[in-house]
Write a protein that binds this ligand. Structure first.
Ligand code: ZN
Length: 399
């Protein structure tokens, strides 16, 4: 039987979000859309438009945004999960759920490196990666999607290992440099094998993070040529500024700026990318949990810091943590556009901000107040327990 895709068939879930005051698309090419309504069916966006132009009938859930701002759920490009919602690094429970209250709906593992007693032998490395990939596929705290299972390369790995990992569902490598491979030649070979089988790579950049990790300078980053220049602003210790500029200029790979890094180096990276007219390479992560702890508002803080001190419009800075990361990491969310995941954060300027609206408040360095988080078409969080309170809150309209 033919049917109109805009109409939910049978018991489909149809979500309508109306009265959106400002819609941030996540797309650098057009970060603000002049629309006020988003419709999603069974977790996928089906329409983005003006209320009068889209089919809002027979919604199973209606959200009145009350004139607040809707953006894609934020993506943290650099986390170090272990198992479940626990981090042994700071012995803390519930950290992923806390990040959800900071607007983060998707996380990408840069290696499950804080696992106590993590294996260093090849079969153990592979087993742990497959274990992490599986558990985080099945376990989504508050709906947060953690892309886990990121093996850290070790000496002794051969092409067949990457083929086997890819066949088992592994799609990302942990940070190159955190294992025994510390030379560019070996790292490059393994990154090429990974890429051949569809596994994306990230390299640690800068000084050692914690005892046991080590310096990776620009020569090794360039020689290895991983897909993402992980924490180009150091994690936490940054390379000299001239090396950071050289990485921006000589490589075409993604420039990942992290919260758990050097803020001066973050601003240098941003300025250089802007001068090169390559802001589409900038992506954001927290590089947490780590020595500096758990950072539930880390991605919001990065957006605000880069916008305020880097003099970047807030709607552009938001793209770094949404559409840019989704594109580089090949993820489903990150954009408010038909066909994408219906995963959103609704926010407003925080109460008593000096800014006259959300964008101005971010540009002044304040953090947004989150009023609601929607994951795959379902309301996951109402007022955030972690951000400053939003001035105006969206509401679920009673059926
Ligand atoms: Zn690192």
């Amino acid at each position: 039987m033919a049917h109109d895709d805009a109409k939910p068939a049978g018991n489909a879930n149809k979500l309508v979000i109306r009265n959106i005051g400002l819609l941030l698309s996540g797309d650098l090419r057009q970060p603000i859309l002049d629309v006020d309504t988003v419709v999603a069916v069974d977790g996928k966006i089906t329409a983005v438009g003006k209320q009068g132009d889209v089919d809002v009938a027979r919604a199973t859930t209606t959200i009145d945004a009350k004139g607040t701002t809707l953006a894609p759920g934020l993506i943290d490009s650099h986390v170090h999960p272990v198992a479940g919602d626990w981090t042994p690094r700071q012995n803390q429970l519930g950290w992923i759920d806390s990040y959800l209250h900071g607007g983060v709906t998707t996380m990408v593992s840069a290696g499950e490196v804080h696992t106590p007693g993590r294996p260093r032998d090849v079969v153990g490395v592979k087993a742990m990666a497959i274990f992490a990939q599986r558990i985080f596929m099945a376990f989504r705290p508050g709906g947060v999607r953690v892309h886990g299972g990121a093996p850290v390369i070790e000496h002794g790995m051969v092409e067949e290992d990457f083929k086997e990992l890819a066949a088992a569902g592994v799609t990302i490598l942990g940070e190159v440099g955190l294992g025994s491979v510390k030379d560019g030649k070996t790292a490059r070979q393994m990154v090429l094998w990974a890429r051949k089988y569809g596994i994306q790579s990230t390299i640690h950049t800068g000084g050692p993070s914690i005892p046991g990790s080590s310096l990776i300078d620009k020569d090794m980053v360039l020689e290895t040529d991983a897909d993402v220049i992980g924490h180009i602003n150091g994690g936490h210790t940054a390379l000299p500024g001239v090396q950071i500029v050289e990485l921006c200029e000589k490589s075409t790979r993604a420039l990942e700026i992290v919260h758990n890094g050097n803020e001066k180096a973050a601003l240098l990276t941003l300025r250089t990318a802007k001068e090169l007219k390559q802001l589409d390479r900038v992506i954001l992560g927290t590089d947490s949990p780590a020595g500096s702890g758990v950072q539930p508002l880390g991605i919001l803080r990065m957006i605000s810091m880069l916008s305020a001190l880097g003099e970047i419009p807030a709607e552009v800075a938001l793209c770094f943590a949404t559409g840019n990361t989704a594109k580089i990491r090949k993820l489903d969310g990150g954009l408010v556009a038909p066909g994408r995941a219906a995963t959103f954060v609704l926010m407003d300027k925080p109460q008593h901000s000096a800014g006259k609206n959300l964008l101005e408040s971010i540009q002044l360095g304040d953090l947004p107040g989150i009023g609601m988080v929607v994951v795959d078409g379902l309301v996951s969080v109402q007022r955030s327990r972690n951000t400053p309170p939003a001035t105006t809150m969206p509401e679920v309209v009673p059926a």
